[in-house]
Design a protein around this ligand. Sequence first.
Ligand SMILES: CC(C)(COP(=O)(O)OP(=O)(O)OC[C@H]1O[C@@H](n2cnc3c(N)ncnc32)[C@H](O)[C@@H]1OP(=O)(O)O)[C@@H](O)C(=O)NCCC(=O)NCCS
Length: 205
Amino acid sequence: MKHLAVLGASGHGKVIADCAELCGWEQVSFFDDRWPELKVNGHWPVIGGTNELIETLSQFQGVVVGIGNNGIRLTKLQQLLDAGAQLPVLQHPSAQVSRYARIGLGSVVFAGAVINADSELGKGVIINTGATVDHDCVLGDGVHISPGANLAGGVVVAERSWIGIGASVRQLVRIGSDVVVGAGAAVVADTADAVILVGVPARPR
Ligand SMILES: CC(C)(COP(=O)(O)OP(=O)(O)OC[C@H]1O[C@@H](n2cnc3c(N)ncnc32)[C@H](O)[C@@H]1OP(=O)(O)O)[C@@H](O)C(=O)NCCC(=O)NCCS
């Protein structure tokens, strides 16, 4: 029995669970620190918190962290790695991923996403529904590319940055770490770290 644990009983976690079933995982169970008050997440049971997951790790053939916050997701991912968890890459069957792309462990690639040749993704990255990452992009650990966002070729997105829904990034632009790019923004120039950018062209808010 291929049993997947998902840490984080969120809406994002539901998308992970759905994707996992399509990828051949026979059973999906959630863990969340709101357990035991929280007992279900949509169609799936919540059966413990982080401690319970670590205590029972050997019962699961894989663990995915279903936490949207990029910093917290990375911290939990490291905790699980240190405890010896297997962290598979989940790739929806409809995603198009180049055989020449490299994807770090614990990352998820959702329905309709595209990752082109020679792009390199770190650990715990989210490529959300219908997002595109063109050739030669470099994405740091914990980056999230939201639904329908598009990165042109050679874009660099540093650790823990979040590219909002429907945003676009011009080719060869470097986005710093811990940056938030707002929904629908168009980033046309390199950015500093830890800024929030909105608009077309994107400007610090
Ligand atoms: C940019 C963002 C992070 C700002 O969030 P916030 O700090 O809560 O901002 P607020 O909603 O308080 O808005 C503050 C101001 O910024 C403006 N603003 C917010 N988001 C904007 C956006 N994406 N583009 C342009 N302007 C935006 C608001 O209109 C408001 O303007 P005002 O002060 O003139 O009224 C957020 O709006 C956003 O775009 N998040 C991305 C959401 C997303 O991608 N979700 C997908 C998850 S999978």
